[in-house]
Design a binder for this molecule. Structure first.
Ligand SMILES: Cc1cc2nc3c(=O)[nH]c(=O)nc-3n(C[C@H](O)[C@H](O)[C@H](O)COP(=O)(O)O)c2cc1C
Length: 196
């Protein structure tokens, strides 16, 4: 079985609708560890040894967060800055993460059509995620397309629960080794691999 680590970052979960429902769906999935970064580190004082150990113990790493200002909430950046150390995660002798798979699970207020050259956000999700893609590359990891929930402001509760079921299916596919990485890498979104 493959193991999955979810690095979850939402600074105001009490106000969240979509991510709260998504997170509800990935509790108690076998072989999945949920690491809620804002809950664990309310003062941004990240335990680097603990985080590195968690990374070593898992095959898939998910950065799960709402899109904030075309990127992630600040905690994800803090986590990257402190945990992905030179000589450990990257550099000539930094090989701790080689071959691990990583991708983003993101929710966006903007609808999918806005994330296009002709849309009001002018760039695609993949373009906004380029720093994550390149960070993975530098760490010799395999970057997969994102799983995205667009247009959160207009989603009904039923639609949110449908996305949550898809997310749970994705986790099950990953842990049971049913995702062909080369096939996944050809997609724009991992959502395309899921039916429901
Ligand atoms: C500080 C902040 C920045 C945001 N920036 C973006 C953005 O750049 N693009 C976008 O589509 N939505 C943006 N949004 C909307 C959030 O992505 C959206 O509210 C969130 O994904 C909904 O999930 P939640 O119900 O779990 O909070 C932003 C929201 C906040 C509070």
């Amino acid at each position: 079985m493959a193991s999955v680590l979810i690095l979850f970052a939402h600074p105001a979960l009490e106000k969240s609708k979509t991510n709260r429902i998504l997170m509800g769906a990935c509790q108690s999935v076998e072989s999945v560890t949920v690491n809620d970064l804002y809950e664990e580190y309310p003062d941004f004082d990240i335990d680097v040894d603990r985080e590195q150990q968690l990374l070593l113990e898992h095959d898939y790493i998910i950065l799960h967060h709402p899109m904030y200002w075309y990127s992630s909430p600040a905690m994800v950046k803090q986590w990257q800055d402190l945990v992905l150390e030179h000589g450990w995660a990257y550099g000539r002798e930094g090989n701790a993460l080689v071959g691990k798979k990583i991708f983003n699970v993101i929710t966006t207020g903007g609808p999918q059509r806005a994330y296009a050259e002709a849309g009001y956000n002018r760039f695609t999700i993949q373009q906004f995620l380029a720093p994550f893609d390149q960070t993975a590359y530098l760490c010799k990891m395999i970057y997969l397309p994102p799983f995205v929930v667009h247009g959160t402001h207009r989603l009904t509760e039923a639609e949110m629960h449908q996305y949550a079921r898809q997310y749970r299916s994705l986790l099950t596919l990953l842990t049971t080794d049913q995702v062909a990485v080369e096939d996944a890498r050809k997609r724009s979104y991992l959502n395309e691999m899921l039916v429901d």
